[in-house]
Design a binder for this molecule. Structure first.
Ligand SMILES: [Zn+2]
Ligand SMILES: [Zn+2]
Length: 283
């Protein structure tokens, strides 16, 4: 993996692939024992690396050999019970390929034998639908608790504890949650009307100018203070951004390590990229 990514060493993708193949072949070598766990990881890495090589330089031509090698390695890993994101990604890509108009001259029968991948993907699809419907049921009971209240923010939380709740005196059914202090500050102008009795008093005061109550202009504290700069401590957040190439045109990203501010930066970059892609396709 370090050779593939260049982490702490010189990046050499071909060397990485040679290592993974040696690990896979070691199973036939009585002198060398490689645990099954390592072997299936190597197969999963090879699936991803071959899949990455499927498109030839000009961007329009597919290397069918790379695609079928990717399918083979993904199937190999899954047949040993290792369903990694890479293997699912490769399998889903191949399924998409089989469902699009066939390219003349390509032997599609060679993909028939990769049944493990297709079964794993079908199972994963079912899981995704089930997870989404469970989440919908949960969110519908307390919608304010799962979405940052600041318009345009777009950060959601997997669990209620993923966001910070206003600790002010606002009524429970209107109590907003925020991904960060910045969002709370940005929303305060609207929220203070329901949250801060002093704000109401101030409005009263405009009707009775001789009475001068003290008013507070700063938002109340939040229910917990977990926001750091780029990272969060295990609080899982969700953000969506446009992905024109994917079904539905959006991708949902879940993280428990990146901070909301960082995720929003990435979303802005991805949104710009997507706009450029759409413009380029239209031209
Ligand atoms: Zn927010
Ligand atoms: Zn409040």
């Amino acid at each position: 993996m370090r050779k593939w990514t260049g982490c702490g060493t010189t990046e050499d993708r071909e060397a990485a692939e040679r290592w993974w193949i040696r690990i896979l072949r070691a199973v036939d070598d009585p002198e060398c024992s490689v645990p099954r766990k390592v072997r299936v990881h190597a197969a999963s890495c090879l699936a991803a690396s071959q899949w990455e090589k499927r498109i030839v330089d000009d961007g329009d031509t597919w290397n069918v050999d790379c695609v079928s090698r990717a399918a083979f390695f993904a199937n190999e890993a899954i047949s040993y019970g290792f369903t990694s994101p890479s293997t699912l990604y490769v399998g889903a890509g191949i399924r998409r390929l089989l469902n699009t108009p066939r390219i003349p001259g390509v032997d599609y029968n060679r993909f028939d034998e990769f049944s493990f991948s297709f079964e794993a993907i079908a199972k994963r699809d079912e899981e995704v639908v089930e997870i989404a419907s469970r989440r919908e049921a949960k969110v519908s009971k307390a919608p304010n608790a799962y979405h940052c209240a600041t318009p345009g923010c777009g950060i959601e939380a997997t669990k209620k504890s993923g966001l910070l709740r206003c600790a002010g005196k606002c009524p429970a059914e209107l109590k907003p949650s925020y991904c960060s202090k910045e969002c709370q500050r940005a929303h305060w102008k609207d929220h203070r009307k329901v949250c801060n009795p002093d704000a109401r008093a101030k409005e009263e005061q405009s009707r009775h100018p001789n009475h001068r109550p003290r008013t507070s202009n700063s938002p109340p504290t939040l229910s917990s203070e977990n926001i750091t700069d780029r990272r969060t401590k295990g609080k899982e957040h969700i953000i969506k951004w446009p992905a024109p190439a994917l079904p539905g045109g959006k991708v949902k990203v879940t993280t428990n390590t990146c901070s909301p501010a960082f995720m929003k930066d990435v979303r802005d970059i991805a949104t710009n990229e997507a706009r450029t892609v759409v413009r380029r396709q239209a031209a």
